[in-house]
Design a binder for this molecule. Structure first.
Ligand SMILES: C[S@@+](CC[C@H](N)C(=O)[O-])C[C@H]1O[C@@H](n2cnc3c(N)ncnc32)[C@H](O)[C@@H]1O
Length: 349
């Protein structure tokens, strides 16, 4: 039997790579008290207390108030800069140790290609300020998971950064499933929680980034779990119709334009057997957030290369599910401040 090289315990990247990522982490942590200052200033003006018409009006009102506030400018500049440099620095650290890291980043199983080079137009955008987007390096999945998450995000959000994915996997309506499709699987964090929650289910993990699927497969192999990895657009997976009993996603919807969100429901319906469930979780709708939090989400998204966050936070997902043909549509918050926000529905018998 072929085996993969196990991920060693301890430091994966050189001192320079670690210190660069740790500097970025310290910078982000250092912004927290500045954000508190801005919040206090806004509270003192009372401008968040008047009801707002829509998010553009709220943004205009608060942004005007903050236009000449230097601290807010500093936060914006620091965030944009750190988002722009994190992945290139991690990628450079990977290159300096490519010989050792490549065997740790490569799965035995191969990714099934259902797309070739024919990617949707919106895919060219540099999501999250990363040069080349989700696919900007042949080992971007590994770079995101083992470097950016590990050295930057896990230190900012201590504890199990991915525990919420287990909660969402377990919140699907049926007690058990046998054939699950995970759309927008990334490096497989949610996929592995699905495998833990529904042992024995056939799991197909789909992503538009080939390098993310590749690393999801590798992580599954390291965990002793068998999954099928498919490189495809989630809205047009090329998978057979009527075989799945659960089609699900964790934070995919805010990565795609609104017409694609609608197509995702249509594709989920096609993939499901009669009676099967769709279970999509994503960002909290602005209507469920406080005015401050809605403004901050929208401001962060605009300054963090998140072109579709606003539409995901304002689109009517109940209508999108109903228009696709789903019934028994429910929405619920499964965490603090309405995040993750989950839309669940059933394909009619
Ligand atoms: C925020 S990540 C979430 C990854 C994963 N679900 C998790 O829980 O960590 C979003 C993922 O969606 C993928 N993605 C974006 N647009 C897509 C599309 N149209 N079809 C399939 N995957 C897509 C990105 O490549 C990325 O891996």
């Amino acid at each position: 039997m072929t085996t993969t090289t196990p991920l060693p315990k301890g430091e994966l990247i050189d001192q320079r790579g670690r210190s660069e990522l740790e500097f970025l982490q310290a910078l982000r942590v250092g912004l927290a008290p500045l954000r508190t200052q801005v919040r206090e200033r806004l509270d003192a003006t009372g401008i968040l207390e008047t009801p707002y018409e829509d998010i553009s009006e709220l943004r205009k009102r608060v942004d005007n108030e903050l236009e000449s506030v230097q601290v807010q400018r500093l936060i914006g500049a620091a965030l944009s800069w750190s988002r722009g440099v994190a992945t290139p620095r991690a990628a450079a650290a990977f290159e300096r140790r490519r010989g050792e890291l490549e065997p740790l980043a490569t799965p035995i199983a191969t990714v099934i290609d259902h797309i070739g080079d024919d990617v949707p137009r919106y895919w060219d955008y540099e999501f999250h300020g990363t040069a080349g987007g989700w696919d900007g390096h042949p080992h971007m999945g590994f770079i995101h998971h083992e470097m950016i998450y590990h050295y930057l995000l896990e230190k900012i959000f201590p504890g199990d950064l991915f525990a919420q994915r287990g909660v969402i996997a377990a919140a699907a309506p049926a007690d058990s499933y046998t054939n699950i499709v995970d759309l927008g699987c990334g490096t497989g964090q949610y996929t592995l929680k699905l495998a833990e929650t529904y042992p024995g289910a056939k799991i197909t993990a789909v992503d538009l980034s080939r390098t993310q699927v590749q690393y999801a497969l590798r992580r599954a192999e390291d965990a002793g779990v068998t999954i099928t990895g498919v490189h495809a657009a989630a809205e047009d997976t090329g998978l057979p119709a009527g075989e799945a009993d659960l089609v699900t996603s964790f934070i995919l919807l805010h990565e795609v334009p609104p017409h694609t969100i609608r197509q995702l429901f249509v594709e989920a319906l096609r993939l499901l057997k009669p009676g099967g469930h769709v279970h999509f979780s994503d960002v909290a709708p602005y209507s469920q957030r406080s005015p401050y939090q809605a403004w901050l989400d929208d401001w962060d998204a605009a300054h963090g290369n998140e072109p579709w966050w606003r539409t995901a936070a304002t689109i009517d997902l109940v209508k999108a599910a109903a228009d696709a043909g789903f019934v028994d549509i429910n929405q619920a918050a499964h965490g603090p401040q309405s995040y993750p926000w989950v839309t669940t529905a059933r394909k009619p018998e």
